[in-house]
Design a binder for this molecule. Structure first.
Ligand SMILES: Nc1ncnc2c1ncn2[C@@H]1O[C@H](COP(=O)(O)OP(=O)(O)O)[C@@H](O)[C@H]1O
Ligand SMILES: O=C(CO)[C@@H](O)[C@H](O)COP(=O)(O)O
Length: 496
């Protein structure tokens, strides 16, 4: 038997999983860590914590899997996108990593637009708009605020590439993570030297870019010894977490999309075309398979809204299942209440840090059941807003739902009704780590290609059809939902 390890450097922890050469998950382990909130909007993590977490998670997952370590053929990596690891000439970390959800760089985003001459020009360069979370504004921030660190800066890496460096000693990245830096020419697959020059950034700090499935070396002898792994274990480049989550859901051909109700909410749609026009309200990144691309929307708070309602408003110890049972007793439409989910501002389809969340339509008859249902409906309306934008660029025939929210029958049926689309549930809920293990398998030759192994291992286990009557009601709610953002934009700006 041959085995493969996938490692996901997530925001709340590192997850390691082992799969076998049929794509079956053998064991899975998470080691959690925290985000350091330095001050409002400043989010950091120490790469050393990722590394310690990784070593623990890998040791444990091997123990739990009870497999012969010599049969582990390859390891690959995935992780949070955009977060910056700054290295000096000795490849030592210069300062804690600035994370993808850090918003300290609004000034630098404006500088990027001013320097290149606006959104259209930036889209011509890198196919994406300047968002605070992306890597480029973080490098500009370092240059302006920590001059000494910028002077010592020799390389910028993404989180999973730093961990890959610790495993193999190889400094580099691959296309799907390079795409999220805002300095990579996504269409033509190379660093955009012209943009790097315009921004007057050092041009030697961007590492070589390989394909996700490239074998970048063998495991470093000391790490092999420490983790008890065979020195012949291959290290495969890997991919960004959203690309790997898409692979792990079988999104490897046109007209398929994955919709994830996690802490944030994403829709990722596959495309083999490099000329997608997005107006900057969608992300357009390189995929980690088939030399393709994907279009993505990101809602900053999706499942987060439900967690917030449970903890901050209802202040209850009831489980999510108990709460959704309560919500199922409220009628569709939540007794006239519409929830707008912009708890952290929003990214898609409105890149607007000032966007505000609200319950609209509260009355003296509103119950806690209505509030819970309205949160599930409001988050689903946010997904509808994203889907409408994506479908202006590509056609989607199949939507596969994943993430914690997909555990709820009620939420998935509300989603089907709001989107007025059939939704598929799949057997794999391992997320990006599973995609990384698949990449390890394709890269090391254990699997022939992505499609053949994913057709075998990722199966649709259920389809949820929309209820026509509810869909009609939610069509009306969607109209009101979009009007709420458009009409209250000025008030939201005034309140910010
Ligand atoms: N049984 C459930 N019913 C409804 N929602 C759930 C359930 N379990 C988890 N969730 C939702 O999923 C969210 C967590 O999603 P998950 O994909 O596990 O998180 P992350 O994106 O942080 O990895 C929770 O905040 C909650 O909103
Ligand atoms: O910013 C993005 C994508 O553009 C996020 O999806 C990050 O990639 C973080 O992912 P998690 O660790 O929260 O899953």
């Amino acid at each position: 038997m041959e085995y493969l390890i996938g490692i996901d450097i997530g925001t709340s922890g590192v997850k390691a999983i082992i799969i076998d050469n049929t794509g079956r998950v053998i064991s899975s382990r998470i080691e959690s860590y925290d985000i350091k909130v330095i001050k409002k909007g400043w989010m950091e993590q120490d790469p050393e914590e990722w590394w310690n977490g990784t070593k623990k998670a890998v040791s444990e997952v091997i123990k739990e899997g009870a497999i012969n370590k010599d049969e582990i053929k390859a390891i690959s990596f995935t992780g949070q996108m955009h977060s910056s690891v700054f290295l000096d000439e000795n490849n030592s970390v210069l300062r804690p990593a600035i994370l993808w959800n850090d918003t300290r760089t609004s000034k630098q985003c404006k500088e990027i637009y001013d320097t290149v001459g606006g959104l259209d020009q930036l889209l011509n360069y890198v196919s994406n708009s300047a968002l605070e979370g992306f890597t480029a504004p973080k490098i500009l921030w370092l240059r302006e605020n920590e001059k000494q660190n910028y002077e010592k800066l020799e390389c910028v890496l993404l989180p999973k590439d730093y961990i890959r460096y610790k495993f193999a000693g190889d400094i580099g990245t691959e296309m799907s993570d390079a795409a999220g830096t805002l300095l990579y020419d996504v269409k033509n697959k190379k660093w955009n030297k012209e943009l790097i020059k315009k921004l007057n950034l050092k041009d030697n700090i961007f590492p070589k870019v390989v394909k996700s499935t490239d074998v970048v070396g063998k495991i470093n002898k000391e790490v092999a010894k420490e983790l008890g792994l065979n020195e012949e274990t291959l290290i495969v480049a890997g991919g960004a977490d959203n690309a790997c989550a898409a692979i792990g859901s079988g999104i490897v051909e046109n007209s398929k999309a994955a919709l994830s109700i996690g802490t944030s909410g994403t829709i990722v749609a596959y495309t083999d075309k490099n000329d997608i026009k997005t107006k900057g309200n969608l992300h357009f990144f390189n995929h980690a398979c088939n030399s393709s691309w994907y279009i993505m929307t990101v809602m900053l708070s999706a499942g987060m809204c439900f967690k917030w309602l449970k903890k901050n408003i209802l202040k209850t110890d009831k489980s999510y299942d108990e709460l959704t049972n309560m919500a199922s007793e409220a009628l569709p439409g939540s007794n006239g209440v519409i929830f707008v989910p912009y708890l952290f501002g929003e990214r898609s389809p409105h890149p607007d840090p000032n966007a505000k969340s609200m319950f609209y339509g509260l009355s003296s008859n509103t119950t806690d059941k209505d509030l819970i249902r309205s949160v599930l409906e409001g988050v689903s309306l946010g997904f509808k807003d994203c889907l409408v934008s994506i479908e202006n660029s590509v056609d989607i025939e199949e939507i596969r739902i994943t993430g914690g929210g997909a555990n709820s029958q009620l939420w998935t049926s509300i989603m089907a009704d709001v989107l007025n689309r059939e939704i598929s549930l799949i057997n794999i809920q391992e997320g990006p780590a599973f995609g990384a293990a698949i990449i390890a398998g394709v890269g090391s030759g254990v699997f022939k290609n992505f499609k053949s192994i994913l057709d075998k291992s990722v199966k649709v286990i259920k389809t949820v059809k929309p209820n026509k009557e509810n869909a009609k009601l939610y069509e009306k709610y969607y109209k009101i939902y979009t009007l709420l953002y458009d009409n209250l934009k000025e008030c939201s700006n005034l309140l910010s």
